[in-house]
Design a protein around this ligand. Structure first.
Ligand SMILES: [Zn+2]
Length: 69
């Protein structure tokens, strides 16, 4: 897993959001600055996993690095 694109911390944990109306959503959260990664695009997607949350986090971190140059 990539470091936090905002503070550089490697203390990233995976959280689960238990939607009352839908299937669970996984997302990554930086324990240092509280930044959170993207959740799945389709809230009705029942195949979301912690691994997918990590993938999304990595994509976002990579994009953030590109923006900074
Ligand atoms: Zn952070």
């Amino acid at each position: 897993m990539k470091e936090c694109p905002f503070c550089g911390s490697d203390k990233i944990r995976i959280c689960v959001s238990k939607g009352p109306d839908g299937p669970d959503s996984y997302f990554c959260e930086c324990e240092t600055c509280g930044a959170t990664g993207p959740i799945k695009e389709d809230i009705w997607d029942t195949t979301d996993t912690d691994k997918k949350a990590v993938l999304r986090w990595n994509v976002r971190a990579t994009n953030q690095e590109k923006e900074r140059g």
